[in-house]
Every structure is written in structure tokens, then in C-alpha cells.
Design a protein around this ligand. Sequence first.
Ligand code: HPA
Length: 265
Amino acid sequence: MLAERAATQAEAARAIAERTGVPSHRAAVVLGSGWQEAAAEIGRPSASIPMSELPGFGTPSAQGHVGTVHSVFVGATPVLLLMGRQHLYEGYRPAEVVHPVSAAIAAGARTVVLTNAAGGIRQGLRVGEPVLIADHLNLTARTPLDGATFVNLVDAWDPELRALAKESDPTLTEGVYAGLTGPQYETPAEIRMLRTVGADLVGMSTVLEAIAARALGARILGISLVTNLAAGVTGAPLSHAEVLAEGRAAAPRLGKLLRSILERL
Ligand code: HPA
């Protein structure tokens, strides 16, 4: 199982190298809900591959997830942009959810930037604000790891990378991201519970990818775009359309932020 997975990751990494003409990509960015349009600000892709043509990759079905892998040079640094991800709520298994990130690491990425849309739980968070992930709560009851893989998650969200992101944008705040399976949004009671246990942000992705990336030794940076205030904070109903609209509105800022971070790697 483990060996089989590693073989598929290596196969995908070879396909990425062949089809992009880049032997090794230094970093990878996963662009989640609300982040797709930020990609245009990072740079013009020198190659693009549909995820459906890469070994082991599924095709993201969530609205607003493109399902393409771009190769982009930021200065002299070759970067993979993973446009969209697979989620547990689409019926993917943890191993499938983390495969693109694992393949990107096999393709050379020592740094992985995980982006997502999140509901803002902490008071003071504003819609349209990007927030650095300082720590997470894996509330999916799942793991991408096999057997006795004891991975350290102290400082999992790399302090140096967070400092570097704050050099790019000194107004960035940090928060604890709670990852749930979804796809239903939370109830106001669940949000009160999450606030009590220390969550600042809530979403339906990222935590399994973070664990897999740490197990493979890559450095990770996480950025949540607050696309809405969490259930019950304002009394307004939640919708995926709102999540995507806030992403579009924030795209220029998010793209510049990502570019500036990638330039500093
Ligand atoms: N809850 C869960 N996931 C989300 C939310 C939310 O409020 N906003 C964007 N993704």
C-alpha cells in the first residue's frame, strides 16, 4: 500500500517533469476555493497539465476548482500551481486527497503553500482578509498516514515562512484553522463549540494535506481567505456563491501576496 502510493507519486512527478520540461519544481501552491483567480497575478504559466492526465490525480468537482496544474517561473524559481483540490466531501479517500501535494513534493517542492476559503470565527476577522494558519485542529477524524507513522506537528506551520509572509504583508494576522469534512456548513452551535476549543477559522480542507506534507518533510505555509463570517456570527445564511464572490474580489491582493512570498523563498 505504502510502496504503491510512493510509486504513483514518483510516476506523477516524472509526468510533471516531462510535460513541463522542468526537472525539479522548488515550491508548490494549492489554490483552493476563492483563490483560483489569484493565479493570474503570480505569473504566466509556461506549461499547463489537466489533473485528469496525471497519474493518481482525481478531477476536482467542487465549483470554482479548475483541475489544472500550472508550471510558473517566479523570478528564477519554478513553482507548481495546483488549481483546485480533492475534498473528503467529494467522496475521496484521505490518500487521494493528499496525492497532488505528495506528488508535487516528489516533483521537488520543498515548500508547499496551502490556501483555502474559511469562515471567520474569531471576533474582529473581516470578510476578504487573508489570515496565516498558525496551527490547526484536524476534526475530520481521518488521517492520510499509514500504520505507525508518528509525525511531529509542533511548529508544523513553519514559523520562518510565516515571518516571511508577514514581511510581504505586515498587516497579516494568524489563526488556528479547524478542518471539518463538510460539505454542510456548520450550525451556530457547532461554531460556538469550535470557538470554545480554540478555532479562529473553519473550513473543509487543508489539514490532511498539511499532515502528509510534514510527513514527507516539506515546509508548509497556510493562508485562509475569510470569505464569510462563520455560522451564527451575523445571523446571515452561508453560501458557496458568496465564498467564490469574495475570492474574486480579493484575487488581486491574494495574487500579489503569493507572488511576493514566492519571490522571497
Ligand atoms: N465553514 C466551512 N467551510 C467554509 C466556510 C465556513 O463558514 N467558508 C468557507 N469555507
